[in-house]
Every structure is written in C-alpha cells, then in structure tokens.
Design a protein around this ligand. Structure first.
Ligand code: SF4
Length: 556
C-alpha cells in the first residue's frame, strides 16, 4: 500500500488560490477603519516586501500594528536620488531610522498602515521597489560592495542585477496596488507565473555573487552562489555553489544550517539559464508539506550533489564543467578611506547593527543626507550591515571629512570602535520581529562592552573576532558562520556557537545550548583565557575553537 500523501501547508493552499498575490490587500489598504491586514494578506504582503508586525513592548496595552518594508536593492547599490528618497520616507512615515540589512538592502521600521500606501508609492516613484524582497521567491541578490577589491566589481554587479530581474515574479498586482493605487480584489485569479507557476517556491531563495579572494557576502550561506573566475584579468565564468542556508529550529534535528556545495563551472553567457535551472529544482523538489524543511539546502543534502548537478544540466541545457580552483582569504568590509581602481576614492563606514540614525553624539543620518545632497555620492550597502560611499573625487575628500567631523562620525580605519565591534552583526529582533525569542540589536552594545572588557582582562586587547547575534534560530545575521555566535532561545538565554572562520567557509558548532546572560562573563572569560594561553601564534579565535575545543567537546 502506498503512503498517504502528506498535507500541503496552509501557505501552499493560499498561494494556489491567489497566484497573482492580490489577496484583499488593495481593499484593506483603502479602508481607514482598520489598522491591519488579515492572516492570508499578511502572507501575500511579504511578496510585496512588507511584513506586518506589532510593537511587542506594548502588547500588554493591546496590539499596536506597524509595518516593516524592505527594499529590493540588487548588490546594495543606491543612487543619490534613491538614497535621499529612502531617507525622506523614513522621516515622514517610519521611525526616522533606516536599517541596513544583512542582504544589502534598507528596511523601514515602525510604519503605520495610514502611511503605508504613501511610503510604497514614494519608493516606486523614485524608480526603486520592494517586489520580492520577502516571500517564497528569490530575494535581494548580493554582490561585492567594495569597489577596491577587483576591477570585475562592476561587471559582476551587472550580472547580479540581471539575475535579480530574471527571477522577479511577473504578477501585476504589485504595480496595481502600490503604484496605481487600485483597491482591487480579483473574483477569479488565473495568473500563472512563467517561472514560478501558481504556487511560487516552497520557501525563500537567496542568491549571492562573490569575487575571490574576498568573501564579503558570505556566499556559502546562500541557496545559490556565483563565484567569479577570472583569467588574465577577464571574467571567464562562474563556479556555481548551491545548498547553503542558515535557518534552523532549536531541538529539531531535521533542520540545520548548511554551507553550500561547489557544484560546477559555467561560462557567463549561461548565467540566466543556470539561475533558472537551480531555482526550478527548488520549485519542483522543495518540501511543500513542512515550511521548516522547505529550503533548497535540504533537497541537496538529501538527494546528493551529483543528482542536483544532473538536474541543473538538464534544465539549463548545458553541462556544468568541473569547478575551477579559487580561494577565499577573508570576509568583512573595509573601513575608512581607500583608493578605487580608477583613482577615485571610497569611504567605508561601520554602522552598528546597520541602524542609520542620529544620536546625541553621532548624527550619521544627518551627515549622510548632507553629503549625498551636496556631493551626489553613490551609497552602497554591504552584507555586513555597513555603508560604503563610492566614486568620491580626491578633491572632495577634505570637505566630506569635514561634514562627518561636524556630525561626530569617525572616518578613520578603526572608526573609533573596537575590532570586535567592527566584526559584529545583529538582527533587529525585539520589539519588532514577531519571531524573536530574545533581544539582539538592543542587547548587542551591552554584549560588546562585556566582550571587550573580558578580552582586555585576558590581555587580548583589540583581538579581531567575528561576533554575531540573532533573536531566534532563523539566523538572519548568519550567526552560524561567526567565530562567536549567539542565538536567542528565550528572554535572556542564548545558544552559543563557536568556530566559524574568517574565510566564511566553515560552519560554527553548538558549544552551549542554553546560556543565561548573567553567565556570559564566566563562560566567555573562561574561553578567552584558554584561547590566550593555548592559541598557536596568531591563530584566530574561531580556528582555535575548532582545533582544540571542538575535539574536546566531541570526544567520547
Ligand atoms: Fe527575527 Fe529571528 Fe530574523 Fe532575528 S533572526 S530578525 S529574531 S526572524
């Protein structure tokens, strides 16, 4: 007797019934009496780049609904006009901050429903959009943000843009609702996307481009990656990587973070066919009965890389060659002033947790507004939540430095903060993220202060450690690739991960699954003390943990 078919998830059912993703969004948007969307529309809104949230600090007084809106900004490249639009909209409709995401985008937070339509119209009027920034589709495509790393940066960025366009859903609902302002509701929905079909993907899909030796996008944490291969200064193709992903659930062995496999090499002219081939493998084989087990990484882990390679070859109509050799040496961003290939300059700015805002001491948001307005500077967002200002002429440098100094922004290479802060990331978590189990962004400054003190006490001064924190195991800030990762379990309790590496090629492992914040000084102090006395030469913390602590913990 054959096994009964497993039940499809609710998301699959509502996508099949409403493949245009219209839902009842337009009608609700124009109803001034309601401040939120219903459960089905909340799922459709994600495909439009919008999350409905509520302020969890205020829940005892009743739910106060608000929205997070995420831009689609391939490669994190933001023109001066788009930057100034995002800045203005965040002041008019958001909480007056912009947040650089770990996928090179901007998020608005704290937008109430009455401002949602105007904000979305404003984004689209500036020729930017939010389509497919969330939802069961391809998300924002990553590309190397730093113009000094390679003369291939622009070419690879153009390829990233092409893939972003090729993998966009074709529904007109987004335009009709947010640009034309139609309060439409379809009686019969027969839209069928030529790539995604009627039910889109089983889950989200993430893509990144990278140029070795710098792994500044954590390429192996993505569902699909493209590693640029050059010969005699020319891009000759890409190594395809596939099956990376961060999300997991505590205490569920069927879910786990995974580093992507290197699958094969192909020539640049096959880029779009290969991209679509990989995406459709996920579309056709991803688990639509369990959203926790629906990512492409599980398909590849369970079916094998050879099977996957054959699938891609058949679908792309070409043959992947053996991967070409490449090496990553480091991840992370460059801070301070540096020269570009063309003789112009760029300035890398560290942004703690990616939050662009004004404080009493540091008025980063005002400084950026003034500089982009006066000098028409292009802004790039990095996958480590930082900002790079590019194409600055040498004669503009002094004036720009002057504006930053007036606003309390440090433009030196050290940025006036510790190395551990420079290498840190945190997701937003509380109070806005509905999935958060513990604090992240709001707790990070305290955690950094404690870690800095402990490093000092152990004579480790300004040790470089990649530290990342998330409020839940979804892993938005990629904690499982960190040398020291914290993943929220419940209020003031975290799972601690150790052992990621500087190259971004190795997963961290679970060191302690339940550490209370008051235990951090003792536990972390003990780790740093052993690291200080047992490290070999200038061995990094993550390498030490994997060489010494992992075998100890796993000895039987
Ligand atoms: Fe929310 Fe979890 Fe992502 Fe943090 S990691 S933003 S808590 S879903």
């Amino acid at each position: 007797m054959s096994e009964p078919l497993a039940k499809l998830t609710k998301n699959e059912v509502i996508k099949a019934e409403n493949p245009s993703l219209v839902g009842n969004i337009g009608v609700t948007l124009h109803d001034p009496e309601v401040d939120m969307f219903d459960a089905d529309d909340q799922q459709f809104l994600k495909f439009h780049g919008i999350y409905q949230q509520d302020d969890r600090d205020l829940r005892k007084q009743g739910k106060k609904y608000m929205f997070m809106i995420r831009g689609r900004i391939p490669g994190g490249v933001v023109s001066p006009d788009v930057y100034l639009t995002y800045d203005r909209l965040s002041e008019e409709y958001g909480n007056k901050t912009l947040r650089v995401t770990t996928r090179q985008s901007f998020q608005f937070h704290g937008v109430v429903k009455s401002g949602l339509g105007s904000l979305m119209k404003g984004i689209n009027d500036a020729l930017s959009d939010t389509l497919a920034a969330c939802g069961d589709v391809n998300r924002n495509v990553l590309a190397p943000p730093t113009p000094s790393t390679s003369h291939l940066t622009h070419q690879v960025y153009q390829d990233a843009k092409s893939v972003s366009e090729a993998l966009l859903p074709t529904t007109k609902a987004y335009h009709q609702i947010w640009v034309e302002g139609q309060p439409l509701k379809l009686e019969q929905d027969d839209h069928e996307d030529p790539l995604y079909g009627k039910t889109y993907l089983p889950r989200k899909f993430k893509v990144a481009f990278v140029i070795p030796p710098l792994n500044d996008v954590d390429v192996l944490a993505n569902c699909m990656g493209f590693v640029a291969i050059e010969k005699n200064g020319k891009l000759i193709g890409y190594n395809l990587t596939a099956g990376g992903g961060m999300g997991m659930n505590h205490n569920n062995e069927n879910t786990y973070p995974r580093v992507a496999d290197v699958v094969g090499f192909f020539k640049p002219e096959n880029l779009i066919e290969v991209s679509k081939a990989v995406l459709t493998v996920h579309r056709d084989f991803g688990d639509r009965t369990d959203r926790k087990h629906a990512r492409l990484k599980y398909v590849i882990a369970e079916q094998g890389v050879e099977w996957f390679r054959q699938q891609v070859n058949e679908r792309a109509g070409s043959t992947l060659e053996n991967p070409r050799p490449f090496e990553f040496t480091k991840q992370g961003d460059v801070h301070g002033w540096h020269e570009q290939y063309d003789g112009n300059l760029f300035l890398g700015l560290h942004v703690l947790s990616g939050r662009v805002k004004d404080t009493d001491q540091v008025r980063l948001k005002s400084a950026l507004r003034k500089i982009v307005t006066e000098y028409r500077i292009e802004v790039r967002l990095t996958a480590a939540q930082n900002i790079v200002l590019t194409n600055i002429t040498p004669d503009q440098r002094a004036a720009i430095d002057g504006v930053f100094a007036e606003h309390g922004v440090d433009t030196s290479q050290k940025q006036g903060v510790s190395e551990v802060q420079l290498g840190s990331m945190a997701c937003p978590a509380l109070p806005t993220c509905g999935l958060s189990l513990a604090e992240s962004e709001r707790y990070l400054p305290d955690l950094l202060g404690a870690v800095e003190n402990l490093l000092d006490e152990n004579g480790l001064g300004d040790e470089r450690i990649i530290l990342r924190m998330t409020g839940c195991p979804n892993g938005c800030a990629r904690p499982y690739m960190a040398e020291l990762g914290f993943v929220g379990r419940s209020p003031k309790k975290y799972a601690v991960y150790l052992g990621g590496n500087e190259e971004g090629t190795r997963l961290a492992w679970l060191y302690d699954q339940n550490v209370k914040v008051e235990e951090f000084p003792e536990k972390l102090g003990g780790l740093f003390s052993r690291f200080k006395s047992e490290r070999e030469g200038d061995e990094r913390f993550g390498d030490y943990c994997t060489r010494v602590l992992w075998p100890e913990q796993n000895a039987t």
